[in-house]
Design a protein around this ligand. Sequence first.
Ligand code: C2E
Ligand code: MG
Ligand code: MG
Ligand code: MG
Length: 285
Amino acid sequence: HAKEAGRGSYSLYLPTMEGHAPAVLQQEHLLRRAVREQQFVLHYQPQVRVDTGRLHGFEALVRWQHPEQGLVGPDHFIPLAESRGLITAIGRWVLREACRQLRAWHDEGLPQVQVSVNLSAIEFRQRDVVADIEHTLRECGLAPRFLEIEITETALMQHADQTRETLAALRALGVSVTVDDFGTGYSSLAYLKRYPLDKIKVDRSFVIDTPQDADDVAIVTAVVQLARSLQLQSVAEGVENPEQLALLRGLGCDLAQGYGIARPMPAAQALEWMRQQARPVARCG
Ligand code: C2E
Ligand code: MG
Ligand code: MG
Ligand code: MG
């Protein structure tokens, strides 16, 4: 896990995340302070079109700038934030910061790229979530079509009526919705036709061992075809090498994201990356 959080990160694995052990209470105390003092930073990972290699947008991924422990990845504090009622405050900061940054890039005359923001189930279930998003977009002067929301399929499976309402409201607003970590939750496929969705993101656990693993190739193939049949776009995450990108191109997958294209990076570096990305072929590997 520590490795996935990126370079310079620090493992904060807490076996009793739900408990009241001193280490957990201390971490909760520090996280509350982090929310007050906004000790967070967003890293941006490019998503490119598989056919042309052109930049489509960025996924915004939050990190905690821990006062003593350096950069802490989301897997090490989002669960605690969720269980201690802090996720909504963090999520609001993430959304605002991502929209502000995107608007700043647009203002610099950069390509009009999108940004996608992860919403946890708790945030997605907030009654006023769509009003919040609309308000933030307006404040930042960002058109809704530039924002994409990523929700796990597990979150989509809960509270069917409210989920449908929220998704319909997002659609009406013009914000698009991606099903994140597709294939890893417990779910039926029925929700894919019931709900207004835009993209399916193939979980990186299915991508990582392609093209060597025949079973994974079969799964990725099936998901890309399923998306196309339902007129949804497909996104593959965890693309680490040119062979995987070639496979996805052959399958007609729409978008790709992964270390082989670019790692998540701070805004300044993402800007550099955009400027250097004049070449129309994805640089992978
Ligand atoms: P996710 O939404 O599935 O994000 C993709 C994760 O895969 C990121 O980890 C990213 O760094 C990593 N990744 C990207 N390309 C590759 C690759 O080629 N190989 C491998 N092995 N990994 C790759 P990260 O940044 O540690 O984020 C982990 C999870 O934390 C995210 O998974 C997302 O569910 C959650 N998260 C991140 N930011 C936020 C946020 O602002 N709010 C909420 N609620 N959750 C967030
Ligand atoms: Mg995501
Ligand atoms: Mg994912
Ligand atoms: Mg994931």
